[in-house]
Write a protein that binds this ligand. Structure first.
Ligand code: ATP
Ligand code: MG
Length: 211
């Protein structure tokens, strides 16, 4: 085994990705698997500081290119300082709440920056490190927003139309890479959904010789 397994959770705000990522991390830990559970933007000291700027609703609106570059700066740091070590030295199962597909969905899909250019910059930021599996938790925007009870941050304030574009972009990329990006129905009851996701992940770990 050259490296561990890299699994990413994606979806619009309120779709349930953090809930599902946590359930999966707990289930794998119970099986004795070495799991590193992380999130973006963030996951390392510098990246968490960048996160504070990105999610601060008190700040003036950022230019889309500024926003893109901050997300990518946080990712470069996350990959370099944490994900690579966990994957290649510790051979862990790394679970990240958001990664490159978020940038494609929000900055290209939502903010309408050029997709090819965003994809190239993503590759630069990550050094080309790709997940083995991306779990896309898909949910209707209206339903997702009724689930959110915390004060809305900068991104949530962007409105329904923006998030519709993000959701469509997620689904578009999933259709283009159906083996790498698996779509799950976020409207399902959370433990039912967890069982579905867990089955796919256990199959993947078995095929990689990790179980
Ligand atoms: N399958 C589900 N059915 C109903 N409610 C759910 C389900 N999964 C999660 N929730 C609830 O919906 C809310 C949002 O879930 P969660 O925080 O996991 O979403 P998220 O995609 O991580 O959102 P964000 O992008 O804002 O972090 C939480 O209150 C959670 O308990
Ligand atoms: Mg979350």
């Amino acid at each position: 085994m050259k490296r561990g397994v890299f699994i990413v959770f994606e979806g619009i705000e309120g779709s349930g990705k953090s809930t599902q990522a946590q359930l999966l991390a707990d289930a794998l830990e119970r099986k004795g698997v070495n799991v590193d559970f992380s999130r973006e933007p963030g996951g390392s000291e510098v990246a968490e500081r960048i996160r504070e700027v990105l999610l601060d609703s008190e700040l003036e609106e950022m230019h889309p290119r500024t926003e893109l570059l901050l997300y990518l700066a946080a990712r470069a740091e996350h990959v370099a300082k944490r994900i690579r070590r966990k994957l290649f030295a510790d051979k862990a199962v790394v679970i990240s709440d958001r990664y490159t597909l978020s940038t494609l969905a929000y900055q290209a899909g939502g903010r309408e920056l050029d997709t090819k250019r965003v994809a190239r910059l993503c590759k630069f930021a990550s050094g080309g490190l790709e997940p083995d599996l991306t779990v896309l938790v898909d949910l209707d925007v209206k339903e997702a927003f009724t689930r959110l009870d915390r004060p809305h941050d900068r991104l949530e304030q962007a409105g329904k139309e923006f998030h519709e574009k993000v959701r469509e972009a997620y689904l578009y990329f999933a259709r283009r890479a159906p083996r790498k990006i698996r779509v799950f129905n976020g409207a399902k009851e959370k433990m039912m959904l967890h069982e579905e996701i867990k089955q796919v992940v256990l199959n993947l770990l078995t095929s990689k010789g990790m179980l």
